[in-house]
Ligand binder design. Structure first.
Ligand SMILES: Cc1ncc(COP(=O)(O)O)c(C=O)c1O
Length: 454
């Protein structure tokens, strides 16, 4: 393992005989914390010896510097509020109140929430479906070019890459287009923290101004841990200040130390373990294609560690497949939808686990598989904007049945998976097409949605 300065500083401090008259209240004692007791040992607060996250000093600063170096970024800020905090901070840094912004419609809900918080005016790029598949590709450079030309006053573009399903975008070409248009590029790389371990050029190295990676999604790190990276267009102090606005003033040191450890692990043996994991994923994909009716979506560019399996081709819904894996084989997936099942594979998944996954999926197919399920070809509706996201989100709201919502303005996003594109965003007018689309795609028609109260 290479150097992990923050973790080492916390261990050193915890090993000294000191009286802790500061937060957290457990004072480093295991007593009431059960299995969490070991984490209490290094669970500190801002002290000169530990450093202050948002002021960027002490061993935290050194750990962030090493992470920036490893990821090829000019700056890095550690986050304890997940990519949600990082994306909000990134949009805050790149935009002013009322700015126009171009968003990949394939975006996480934190992106639209940030628009509401900062009164940004979004314009969307709808991603295409991947071939015959039910899931979306990433947005293309051509679509970005068309959009920056039609909204030249936008100040930034937000792209999701890689996606939950494992599609990746051509960030290099997109960044050229965005920069030629005088805009900033923010990449939601929440699912791509492991890319450098595989020698894949990450977003900042490909030209993004800011990128955000969840350490906790694909690295061996604690829940909520994430990185905020920038190139030289945003100073470290700007990142830290923005992160402080949207984060707790008492960040968790075990979470911060786990980011430091995960980076150190990637620098050492982690790289080899990820390379092995991708080889297992590709073996399992080949075996599904060859020996079963399960299919693998053919993305133009993909995350080689993400295992997305189209179950509908084998006559099984992803939801049913997930239930059988859970109930009969004690295997829990990351996500399932009507058409697919998604497994997150990391350095922690060896051959034995991948074989167990393959064998269980094979048995589910043998036991229950059949003719392909019909695939929905109706395009995702593109509802009209009625209010800004901010006005819609901050207005008085009322819950109504989806079927009765026609003509009303949404106060919250409504998304179904796949393809992963929110059908309705806050501020958009709920029309008949949206309602029919949602109901047709298996959305419960008794479902209630928040709409703006007149
Ligand atoms: C594409 C994408 N972006 C951002 C997020 C938010 O990440 P976090 O849970 O780390 O806040 C998620 C969460 O699933 C996501 O899938």
């Amino acid at each position: 393992m290479s150097e992990a300065p923050l973790y080492s500083a916390l261990l050193k401090l915890a090993g000294e005989e000191r009286l802790r008259f500061h937060m957290p209240g457990h004072k480093g004692r295991k007593a009431s914390l059960g299995l969490l007791g070991d984490a209490a040992f290094i669970d500190y607060t801002e002290l000169p010896q530990t450093g202050n996250l948002y002021e960027g000093n002490g061993p935290i600063n050194e750990a962030e510097r090493l992470a920036a170096e490893f990821y090829g970024a000019s700056n890095c800020a550690f986050l304890t509020g997940g990519s949600t905090q990082g994306i909000t901070a990134a949009m805050y840094s790149a935009c002013r109140p009322g700015s126009k912004i171009i968003l990949d419609r394939n975006c996480h809900r934190c992106v639209i929430n940030a628009c509401g918080l900062m009164d940004l005016d979004p314009s969307y790029i709808y991603p295409p479906l991947s071939g015959e598949s039910s899931v979306t590709e990433c947005i293309t450079p051509e679509a970005v070019l068309e959009k920056v030309q039609s909204v030249p006053e936008a100040v930034a573009v937000v792209v999701t890459s890689p996606t939950y399903y494992g599609a990746a975008a051509d960030i290099g070409r997109i960044s050229e287009i965005v920069h030629n248009a005088g805009m900033k590029l923010i990449v939601d790389e929440a699912h791509g923290a492991h890319f450098p371990a595989l020698g894949i050029k990450n977003a900042v190295l490909s030209g993004a101004d800011i990128s955000v990676c969840s350490a906790h999604k694909t690295l061996p790190a604690l829940g909520q841990s994430a990185f905020l990276f920038s190139n030289s267009s945003f100073a470290k102090s700007e990142l830290s200040f923005a992160a402080s606005i949207f984060g707790t003033s008492s960040p968790s040191y075990p979470i911060l130390a786990s980011i430091d450890l995960a980076r150190a692990y990637l620098c050492a043996e982690g790289g080899e373990r990820y390379r092995k994991a991708t080889a297992y994923v590709s073996e399992v994909m080949d075996a599904f294609q060859k020996n079963t009716a399960f299919r693998i979506p053919r993305f133009k560019m993909r995350d080689p560690c993400r295992l997305t399996v189209e179950t509908f081709q084998a006559g099984l819904s992803g939801l049913f497949t997930a239930e059988r894996l859970r109930e009969d084989y004690k295997i829990d997936c990351e996500m399932a939808d009507y058409y697919n099942i998604v497994f997150i594979v990391t350095c922690e998944d060896g051959k034995e686990k991948m074989d167990a996954l393959y064998n269980s999926m094979y048995s589910v197919w043998k036991g229950y598989g059949g003719e392909p399920l019909p695939i929905e070809s109706q395009p995702v509706p593109r509802p009209e904007k009625s209010l800004s996201p901010r006005v819609a989100m901050l207005s008085k709201k009322v819950k109504v049945g989806l079927k009765d919502a026609e003509g009303m303005t949404a106060a919250q996003p409504q998304a179904i998976y796949p393809p992963g594109i929110p059908v309705i965003m806050p501020g958009e007018l709920i029309d008949r097409l949206c309602i029919e689309y949602l109901i047709h795609r298996g959305y419960n028609d008794n479902k209630e949605v928040y709409v703006v109260k007149d």
